[in-house]
Design a protein around this ligand. Sequence first.
Ligand code: SF4
Ligand code: MG
Length: 347
Amino acid sequence: SEPILSVRDLRVAFETRRGSLPAIDGVSFDIGRGEILGVVGESGAGKSVTGSAVIGLLDPPGRIVGGEIRLGGERIDTLPPERMRRVRGRRIGMIFQDPLTSLDPLYRVGEQIVETIRTHTDLSARAARTRAIDLLAEVGIPAPERRIDGYPHEFSGGMRQRVVIALALAAEPELIIADEPTTALDVSVQAQVITLLKRLCREHGTAVMLVTHDMGVIAEAADRVAVMYSGRIAEIGPVEAVVRNPRHPYAVGLMGAIPTLTQGSGRLAQIPGAMPRLTAIPPGCAFHPRCPKVFGRCRVDRPEPIRTDAAPARTGSDPASSSPSAVACHLYDPDAADRPAPAGGEP
Ligand code: SF4
Ligand code: MG
């Protein structure tokens, strides 16, 4: 079926006095109904910028300079700001690291959820309040009929993020963008909140773009994962494949140590070197100065995504909606005569 979110060849530039810097340089992915796509990578890889581009909230000087973003088949990257604002409220929910980005500290949590419900449905005030209590119960807030009248500061960090999830679900959005939703929480409640998000999105059929630097969160929650590096997708595929059998040398490095959520630290494995600055992206493969597998053409040719799954069956369905797996690395180019064998996995 048609994906909920479809991003094609997205390009975002930061317009600066030093010129136009390519923050996102040709990113493509789909997210289906009830599916969670984890987007992972080190700081500066372009994860949050991609999420911000999808919701039309790029911070200046960021600007979309190419590609297409479709929600339910409808182009949204070209909508006027006022219409995009309504799409954000109604069709795309947002969960950020800091719950107070979404919750106004001056209003009772119930008022905020009721307002969202009433903006997007024709429920009466009384029915919306009942619905809000149901949502709070659904996200695991104890005594919701009483807590609905509490203020955000009266909730613990974990409970507050549950309220944000209830608020995000209140408009019954097709898509939720969750950017580091558990990073600020105590380790002991991170797993609970991520498990909750996963269960609710399954039940509601919501597509989720889950941006995180935490491999434990990805392993726990995601159906598929996109590994980003320097504004591009290095590898994308089902989470079991990418986590257990990563192909791209950067992904291999990241998966070096995957702690579980219950162990706490899901920090990415350390790879020697650093993500290049936007002003100094290396030619060829941007990862080549850090890559243990680098060979001749890596320094010259930029690797394009190579499909790693079987080509879609010719059933007349749109091949673009088949959520392809791909790796952008010359080691997997079947036509390259000069490539060394990739270690630990067949190309
Ligand atoms: Fe390493 Fe070359 Fe693959 Fe880049 S293209 S990840 S430098 S082997
Ligand atoms: Mg970020």
